[in-house]
Design a protein around this ligand. Structure first.
Ligand code: MCA
Ligand code: AMP
Length: 486
């Protein structure tokens, strides 16, 4: 935070803090949590989450943001894995039973009167390599893994996107992203604060909220493709929205690919291009279309950000030497100070994620002659991107198999115009009698309760048996059309 105390920093609806107030209130909290080995943060989309995050950074205490909608099974896993000494939550928020055993500190956002210089936490300035945050992310199988993000990675990534986007303290960022992931919390909250600019958070995404805040001084918008899709769908009958988007300095999309029709609709109606950037929990931001790029680049995620090295690697494991044809597909591998330092408690998974010092992203891409990257797919079919969330098929299958009405389960992703992909569950019921099988709603609610609502299947299809090969492995590629009996 390098700005004068009176400048606006954060606004969530009616509640706002200036930089001076944020320094006071987060500083006071930092003094209370300083020395804790690790804290959890009940990461509702509120001012409290922003204050709690800043406090943990000031105190040099690693923070684990928790999705407040996380279900029982997933929350139990995250708490057992990360073992937080404290949980920070807004006063009045009711925490689930699993968190009641953890000492709680309420986050106070009502700034106290300035009491001199902001309180400095005891102890030396944390090292750049020290962990700042642990963010849980899905893999293809098993429960989510905690990506340990060092302070230097956050600083490097925020400065790199600032360079690509000409992001300054004069910018006012608008978004309605959730605050338990990299996109909303790191790029979307710490980003503006690092520049000395402001954030207006919508609480939850809505088309009206975006139009209102952009018309009222917002200069930049962040969103996942589902949000841009919903904006694009609304443009026709909403001249105020068209005007608001047209007036924004920068519209940035990320977390999944923005389909070409949505790019086109937004640019045609507003004259503004949506800039795509490509990131990952483990790597923070890797590439972006630059604002000074004179060419329109729909479908491209742009060039590597400053400080990020990027290569494509072919199936034989060799780096693609000549990509200028724009057709040679390889897996994206990256290295740089933007990278995480490993998965918490998972040295084998960490080792498997690297090829030497290059991180294997699992994303498949081609590059244009000037190095710009186009993502064409993913190595693992068992990872689903829905609404911008990464969801592992395996964790949903495990949750479904826990339901007494389920004998066998397979989960796939199918194209969806709104969500990008939707989660589809293929179920062999425990009881062949159709009257005795669980309803789709019951299975959806079961997954939402155990894991998280965004991981729930949006469709359930019943089968007599899952297609398997001679080895007994489920052939997911055969699971693509609505099946008889569904
Ligand atoms: C519905 N709901 C349920 C159930 N059904 N709750 C419990 N049980 C059920 N059976 C609730 C949901 O919780 C939600 O509540 C509401 O009903 C609507 O559900 P849903 O349809 O899932 O929500 P949506 O409105 O369609 O959400 C679309 C969205 C959302 C707003 C675009 O998907 C979203 O916020 N996506 C952002 C993902 C993101 O930030 N990804 C970043 C990670 P309620 O509305 O109250 O919640 S990727 C990343 O960080 C990397 C680094 C990167 O590159 O960015
Ligand atoms: P997560 O692990 O939730 O952080 O999701 C990271 C993944 O999101 C990446 O590995 C990509 O597959 C995907 N992703 C992020 N940004 C983009 C983008 N602009 N275009 C396509 N895919 C993206």
């Amino acid at each position: 935070m390098r700005t004068s105390p009176g400048r606006p920093a954060l606004r969530f609806g009616e509640r706002a803090l200036t930089y001076g107030q944020l320094a006071d209130t987060a500083g006071a909290l930092a003094a209370r949590i300083g020395g804790a080995p690790r804290v959890a943060l009940w990461a509702t989309p509120t001012l409290e989450t922003a204050v709690g995050t800043v406090a943990a950074l000031l105190a040099g205490v690693p923070v684990v943001p928790l999705n407040p909608k996380t279900g029982e099974r997933e929350l139990a896993h995250i708490l057992a894995d990360s073992a937080p000494a404290l949980v920070l939550a807004a006063a009045g928020d009711e925490l689930p039973a699993a968190l009641r055993a953890v000492e709680r500190i309420d986050i106070n956002t009502t700034a106290t009167a300035p009491t001199g210089p902001p309180p400095v936490p005891a102890g030396p300035e944390p090292e750049p390599a020290a962990p700042a945050m642990i963010v849980y992310t899905s893999g293809t199988t098993g429960p989510p893994k905690g990506a340990v993000l060092p302070r230097r990675a956050i600083a490097a990534s925020l400065d790199a996107v600032a360079d690509a986007w000409e992001w300054t303290g004069d910018d006012v960022l608008v978004h309605g992203l959730p605050l338990f992931h990299v996109h909303g919390l790191i790029i979307g909250v710490l980003g503006p604060l690092r520049r000395g600019g402001a954030l207006r958070h919508l609480g939850r995404f809505s088309v009206d909220g975006v139009a209102r805040e952009l018309a009222d001084g917002g200069t930049m918008l962040f969103g996942v493709p589902t949000m841009y899709h919903r904006l694009a769908e609304s443009l026709d009958g909403d001249p105020a929205l068209v005007k608001a988007l047209a007036g924004a300095r920068l519209l940035v999309s990320g977390s999944a690919a923005l389909p070409l029709p949505d790019h086109t609709r937004i640019t045609t109606a507003t004259g503004r291009r949506v800039v795509e950037r490509y990131g990952m929990t483990e790597t923070l931001m890797n590439t972006s279309v630059r604002v000074d790029d004179p060419r329109p680049r729909p479908g491209s995620v742009g060039v590597p950000l400053p400080g990020v090295e990027l290569r494509l690697v072919d199936e034989a494991g060799a780096a693609v030497a000549a990509y200028e044809d724009g057709e040679t597909i390889g897996e994206i591998q990256v290295r740089g100070t933007n990278l995480f330092s490993g998965y918490l408690n998972r040295p084998e998974a960490t080792a498997a994620a690297f090829d030497g010092d290059w991180f294997r992203t699992g994303d498949m891409a081609v590059r244009d002659a000037d190095g710009a990257v186009r993502i064409v797919g993913r190595k693992a079919t068992d990872l689903i991107k829905s609404g911008g969330y990464k969801i592992g098929a395996g964790e949903i299958e495990n949750a479904l198999l826990d339901h007494p009405g389920v004998r066998e389960a397979a989960v796939t992703g199918e194209p969806d115009p709104d969500l990008g992909e939707r989660v589809v569950a293929w179920i062999v019921p425990a009881d062949a009698d159709p009257g005795a099988r669980p309803s789709p709603e019951e299975l959806e609610a079961h997954v939402a309760r155990q894991l998280s609502p965004h991981k729930r299947p949006r469709e359930v299809r019943f089968l007599d048996a899952l297609p398997r090969n001679d080895m007994g492995k489920i052939m997911k590629r055969a699971l693509s059309a609505p099946a008889a009996g569904s």
